[in-house]
Write a new protein. Sequence first.
Length: 163
Amino acid sequence: MSATAQSPTADREIVISRVIDAPRELVFGAFTEVRHLSRWWGPEGFTTTTRTFEFRVGGVWDFVLHGPDGTDYPEWITWTEIAPPERIALLHGESRGDPNAFESVLTFQPDGTATRIEMRTVFPTRELRDEMVEKYHAIEGGRQTLSNLAAYVAEIVRTRAEG
């Protein structure tokens, strides 16, 4: 296998990364409590309403993502791996048992005093990945979500510095 060989899931995945100017423990922590997630999760203009939230392996986050146009999107996440403050793996669909659910792995790496977060999402099929990119703008939405996360943790860092 050459150094340039792609992963076997490359045609079914989306990878988005960003450097966030905050310590890794803080960035990781923004995923662990609904009071944090509800402030930044989702693309620009979206809000969330949580029905259930339990951050543990096998735990569930059942919520509705509200689009700026008034469309509601039922969402369901279960955590499959949690390794603080380095890694979170999850299964994400519209509901439990969703045949189109996709897997995401988030990694948190120190980058000086900042954190490099990478979100690697693997879809069941290439067609589903392509539909999520074309119809639902998954890449741009993912970038906006990480931008919202960056702004949220920057606010926490600023508040702590002032306090």
